[in-house]
Design a protein around this ligand. Structure first.
Ligand SMILES: C[S@@+](CC[C@H](N)C(=O)[O-])C[C@H]1O[C@@H](n2cnc3c(N)ncnc32)[C@H](O)[C@@H]1O
Length: 313
């Protein structure tokens, strides 16, 4: 348990709300977005999921919608971003877009963990995936007029257009945001560990996805600075945890790996891949708070997971 984390939580009640939840991830950098997109793409390919989706949606894009922009540049026609807080700006997105276009045009290798510490999911090779993003596919996707249309959609006027290929909603909370079965791929990176209502969010994903289409989520179960050990967030009682969270709009939900799997199954998903990162250090079971001390051994050692799940055909 960290007194500093509790003190930090308590100060959130006395600072202006705009100072809270200012951590917006790593999507400022086009190379990070490119790396995340490519990692999801390679894993989707490995399980025979759709790697050339028409409509894509992202939960929690953070600083920019760059990972979704990578998906659009690679061929998708529509993108929907849903965050709890509006972080992105038009100039930021335009800068990321331009850098992404250069990366795709040069078939750049996938940036690795030497550049972005701990980036996940792991991949076998950082080579540009020419077997998925073939020259034929990219000749169409990177056509000048297509890229110009996408870029125009990122300007304030473009975003406001009624037929815009890009939509961004923050905050979002209702499952009525998109029509049923209208999305071909949903993804998130370092987000689902923050989402308070996991069950409702996976149910919304299930409603939005077209039959047979997949979602992919990289989830980090670690303590996110709330404790000195990776699993120390499970040592707080619920009442102390409320102090750690304070007035923040989100922190981490403390849900272990199995709860994500259960919520996905309850929403009707079939899990195609569940690529876990395990750790054996951290606090022992006896030092955790109830109910965490009763976690299954798998949950107790799962520090991260990349899960691909499919809506039934
Ligand atoms: C650690 S950042 C990750 C951002 C980005 N995906 C990345 O890879 O850098 C977590 C993101 O999750 C978002 N978030 C938290 N709770 C959310 C919710 N219930 N729905 C959608 N986004 C949420 C935050 O606003 C933030 O943008």
């Amino acid at each position: 348990m960290s007194m500093a984390a509790i003190a930090k939580g308590l100060t959130t009640y006395v600072v202006p709300p705009r100072w809270l939840n200012r951590s917006d991830g790593r999507t400022h950098a086009a190379r990070y977005c490119y790396s995340v997109y490519m990692r999801h793409l390679l894993h989707l390919h490995a399980v025979d999921a759709d790697t050339n989706p028409h409509t894509i949606a992202e939960i929690g894009p953070g600083a920019s919608i760059g990972t979704g922009l990578a998906g659009l540049i690679a061929g998708a026609k529509r993108y929907h971003g849903f965050d709890i807080k509006a972080y992105g700006s038009s100039p930021q997105n335009l800068a990321v877009f331009d850098d992404l276009v250069s990366l795709f045009k040069s078939r750049a290798a996938i940036p690795g963990t030497d550049e972005f510490t701990n980036i996940k999911p792991a991949i076998e090779t950082t080579d540009f995936p020419r077997h998925i993003l073939t020259d034929e596919r990219l000749a169409q996707a990177l056509a000048d007029d297509r890229l110009a249309r996408l870029r125009a959609a990122l300007t304030p006027e473009g975003i406001a257009a009624s037929d815009a290929p890009i939509s961004y909603v923050a905050p979002w909370f209702e499952d009525a945001q998109l029509s049923r079965g209208s999305v071909d791929w949903i993804f998130s990176q370092a987000v689902m560990e923050h989402v308070d209502d996991l069950e409702a969010t996976y149910a919304a994903c299930r409603a939005w996805l077209a039959p047979g289409k997949a979602m992919s989520h990289q989830i980090d179960f670690k303590s996110h600075g709330t404790a000195s050990t990776w699993n120390g967030h499970w040592a707080y009682s619920d009442s102390t945890w409320r102090m750690v969270r304070g007035a923040r709009g989100y922190l981490i939900n403390r849900a272990p790996h199995s709860r994500h799997r259960a919520a996905m199954a309850a929403a009707g998903f079939d899990i195609l891949e569940d690529f876990r990162v395990t750790r054996s250090d951290g606090l022992g079971r006896a030092r955790l708070a109830a109910p965490y001390r009763d976690l299954a051994e798998d949950d107790l050692t799962t520090a991260g997971a990349f899960i691909v799940a499919r809506a039934p055909a």
